[in-house]
Design a protein around this ligand. Structure first.
Ligand SMILES: Nc1nc2c(ncn2[C@@H]2O[C@H](COP(=O)(O)OP(=O)(O)OP(=O)(O)O)[C@@H](O)[C@H]2O)c(=O)[nH]1
Ligand SMILES: [Mg+2]
Length: 404
């Protein structure tokens, strides 16, 4: 009897458990669909309900997507719609053709003492010795340099004598020709910044920008990046001025404005290794040009000059440096020549950038520095604006000096 009661009890418990399980399962089945597709939920936001099902400790896709591009993608990589909202729009630099003509007003304002001064002196009725001396002084004051000044005065004397009567137009033409002859129209002033022939090396061109502190190296490197980008080139910048973090920031800001990547190293790091990495990056990216900005250094500190030599040698491990641009501040006049000579001993300068020509009457330095180094002026800086760097054109420069 006891066994019968026990069996009945077990049977009752087992039936109860089965009924409970089936009911709770039904309840779950009826709840789930209603929570996934809420009735009356706006069709525009179906993902709200889906998100609600994901446990809180599971990372959402949105976070992963935001992290990844910052960690691995290049700035030049196709921009995702989210990034496009935050990234500043790239600037479109002005075309380079005819920039010197556009900027000539700035030049002539500060150079009147040279060109216009010479013209008015040559137009005097009596060209006596005192007047010739004044002409000479005008040229020397404008930093043309002693030897070129004497040459020019000699040639002007001879030609004026031959002329006899001197109309203002004849004088202008004569002066134009002689100044042009002094500046030279034959030199190759093009910047060697094009990518090397893929059949040969397929490397980018490498441009080193050197000069003492404050002359405008970083500004020029930034402006040059814009010039190259405007011409359709892909540019990588190397911040080899590692003395101050601010120097790399300054360069990077220039680069970001036109979409050029900046390779930088730790503050106080080895400038040569940053320059090396920049070229390596340029090769990896298939860039056209790598522009390397170097530290402004006092030419009297031989150790620092040695370092510049090292930067060049290390870069050359990956191929030749195509262009070494020496930046000179035109307002420093003859002092610039002293600097130029020191730099020329350490690195083979291939081109000169004369900055701040907008703020000086000493445009004659163009003539003096070319003479001294035997290296052409390739670019001139005519202001602090982003597009105030112009390819140097002797004709347009002389026209700006004397007016046409
Ligand atoms: N007016 C004028 N100012 C210029 C020109 N080029 C550069 N500058 C200014 O000169 C100052 C120094 O320029 P930077 O490019 O920082 O000079 P830097 O040679 O890199 O200086 P360090 O890195 O300290 O050696 C800045 O205020 C520039 O805006 C120019 O052509 N005209
Ligand atoms: Mg700098």
């Amino acid at each position: 009897m006891e066994y019968v009661i026990l069996a009945v009890a077990i049977a009752v418990i087992a039936i109860g458990a089965i009924v409970g399980f089936v009911v709770s399962g039904r309840r779950r089945k009826t709840l789930t669909p209603s929570s996934r597709v809420p009735l009356g939920a706006p069709p525009a936001e179906p993902q709200v309900g889906e998100d609600a099902e994901i446990p809180r400790d599971t990372p959402t896709r949105t976070i992963e997507e935001v992290d990844l591009p910052a960690a691995v993608a290049a700035p030049e990589a196709p921009v995702s719609p989210e990034a496009a909202v935050t990234a500043p729009p790239l600037e479109v630099p002005e075309p380079t053709a005819g920039r010197l003509v556009r900027l000539r007003a700035r030049l002539s304002r500060s150079q009147t003492s040279l060109g216009k001064g010479l013209l008015s002196l040559l137009s005097r009725e009596h060209l006596d010795e005192d007047t010739w001396e004044e002409i000479e002084d005008t040229l020397l004051t404008a930093d043309v340099g002693v030897a070129p000044t004497q040459e020019l005065v000699e040639r002007l004397r001879t030609r004026v004598k031959v002329l006899g009567t001197r109309s203002p137009e004849e004088l202008r033409q004569l002066l134009r020709e002689e100044l042009l002859a002094l500046i030279g129209t034959e030199a190759d002033r093009s910047l060697h910044s094009a990518r090397h022939n893929a059949a040969e090396t397929g490397r980018p061109s490498v441009v080193l920008v050197v000069g003492v502190n404050g002359v405008g190296k970083t500004t020029t490197t930034g402006k040059l990046a814009r010039v190259l980008v405007a011409d359709g080139r892909q540019v990588v910048l190397g911040a080899a001025d590692t003395f101050r973090a601010a120097a790399a920031d300054q360069l990077q800001t220039w680069g970001e404005r036109v979409g050029a990547r900046t390779v930088r190293g730790p503050e106080g790091g080895d400038p040569a290794s940053v320059a090396f990495d920049a070229v390596k990056e340029g090769i990896a990216e298939g860039a056209d040009t790598v522009l390397v900005d170097t530290a402004g250094r006092l030419h009297t500190k031989t150790g620092l000059m040695d370092e510049l030599g090292k930067v060049k040698r290390v870069v050359e491990k990956q191929g030749p440096v195509d262009e070494v641009l020496l930046v000179l501040d035109a307002t420093t006049g003859q002092n610039g020549l002293v600097q130029a000579r020191v730099f020329a001993e350490v690195v083979d300068i291939t081109g000169i950038v004369l900055t701040k020509l907008d703020g000086t009457a000493k445009g004659g330095i163009v003539i003096a520095v070319q003479r001294d180094l035997g290296v052409p002026v390739k670019l001139v800086g005519l202001g602090e604006g982003a597009d105030d760097l112009a390819p140097f054109e002797p004709g347009a420069f002389v026209d700006a000096l004397i007016g046409d």
